[in-house]
Design a protein around this ligand. Sequence first.
Ligand SMILES: [Zn+2]
Length: 79
Amino acid sequence: MLGPYRYHCPQHGTSDPYTFKRAAHDFAEEHRDEFHGGMHPPGECFVSPEFDIRGNSGASSAVIAFVLVMLLAFGSRLI
Ligand SMILES: [Zn+2]
């Protein structure tokens, strides 16, 4: 799934958007090395509103579909 992905550091703010998650992670690693001695700053996160919305709803649908399939499978065995 395409971005934009942003790396957010509570102390230094939010990065520019990156199309690929990998690029945002690479930026984060460089940022940690340069400003935080290679450590993860408290409260850091990756911001991707598009991914959060679609990703969560997609995951929920997948779980519901999985539960339905399992119910059908076990239901038919019981009968
Ligand atoms: Zn920082």
